[in-house]
Design a protein around this ligand. Structure first.
Ligand code: HPA
Length: 273
């Protein structure tokens, strides 16, 4: 996946668009597919048609790029993403984010489904991601570095943009939506965690756990995009309730959180796009 491959895909997308490419992109996580329905007059491109794009294989991930308006402002909506647990090579997980960068996207909003480690943030609630822990062993930046994307050693001190997170906070406040905040920990999956792992992650300072998002943040920061994010809490993490965890449960509560997340993303687009 060279710099040229990224540019080829970006040119392909540009040719399909009439107007300018929006500067804001949003990635929709598991169970959040329907949020894409709010995009007005979208140009819809299937990942399968985008040269070089890894194809998502999970139910609940549509695999489409929608370019249109949200809250009257131009946005790119990524409906579905490739996950490390699907067996994609590390470097392939960089591709879609780099294409967004090559298109001129400056602000990347990452969403996901996550399990909560906090009693107060139950299923159906939302959490703004203020920092992350990469426990996945996955890093799309491993390998020869092409300086045209970014430096060999990229800084992650302010990976999750404070101003953008503040904007999310203000939008949530205006909408009377409770927005929790915390650290997102990425586990590679595909299995859910053990109760012992969750206990350990809590000691480390994790507030939510999921199987995505961190690769996109790493790649976006490497090439200088600003990043913010929201987890839709679909369940209490393993061992917290005595119940077993299922993908169906994550889909069910994802749908509940999605209602508020849809409102929040629309307000955010109005504010920053
Ligand atoms: N763990 C990991 N990923 C998840 C979870 C979880 O509890 N819930 C939704 N995605």
């Amino acid at each position: 996946m060279s710099y040229e491959d990224v540019q080829t895909c970006a040119s392909f997308i540009r040719e399909k668009l009439d107007g300018p490419v929006p500067a804001v992109a949003m990635v929709l996580g598991s169970g959040l597919n329907d949020l894409a329905d709010s995009i007005e007059n979208p140009t819809i491109l299937s990942y399968a048609d985008l040269p070089g794009f890894p194809k998502p294989t999970v139910e609940g991930h549509a695999g489409r790029m929608l370019i249109g308006k949200l809250g009257g402002k131009g946005v790119i909506c990524m409906q579905g993403r490739a996950h490390a647990y699907e067996g994609h090579d590390n470097y392939k997980l960089a591709f879609s984010t780099r294409v967004l960068w090559a298109l001129g996207v400056e602000i990347l909003v990452l969403t996901n489904a996550a399990g909560s480690l906090d009693e107060e943030a139950g299923p159906g609630s939302l959490m703004a991601i203020t920092d992350h822990i990469n426990f996945s062993g996955v890093n799309p930046l491993v390998g020869i570095n092409d300086e045209r994307f970014g430096p060999r050693f990229s800084d992650m001190t302010a990976a999750w943009d404070k101003e953008l997170t503040d904007d999310l906070r203000k939008c949530a406040e205006q909408l009377s939506i409770k927005l929790h905040e915390g650290t997102y920990l990425m586990a590679k999956g595909p299995n859910f965690e053990t109760p012992a792992e969750i206990k350990a992650f809590r000691v480390w300072g994790a507030n939510a756990v999921g199987m995505s998002t961190v690769p996109e943040c790493l790649v976006a920061r490497h090439c200088g995009m600003r990043v913010c994010g929201v987890s839709s809490i679909t369940n209490y993490a393993a061992g917290m309730t005595g119940n077993e965890l299922t993908h169906d449960e994550t889909m069910e509560f994802g749908a509940i959180a999605a209602v508020n997340l849809g409102k929040l993303l629309k307000a955010f687009a109005e504010k920053v796009a």
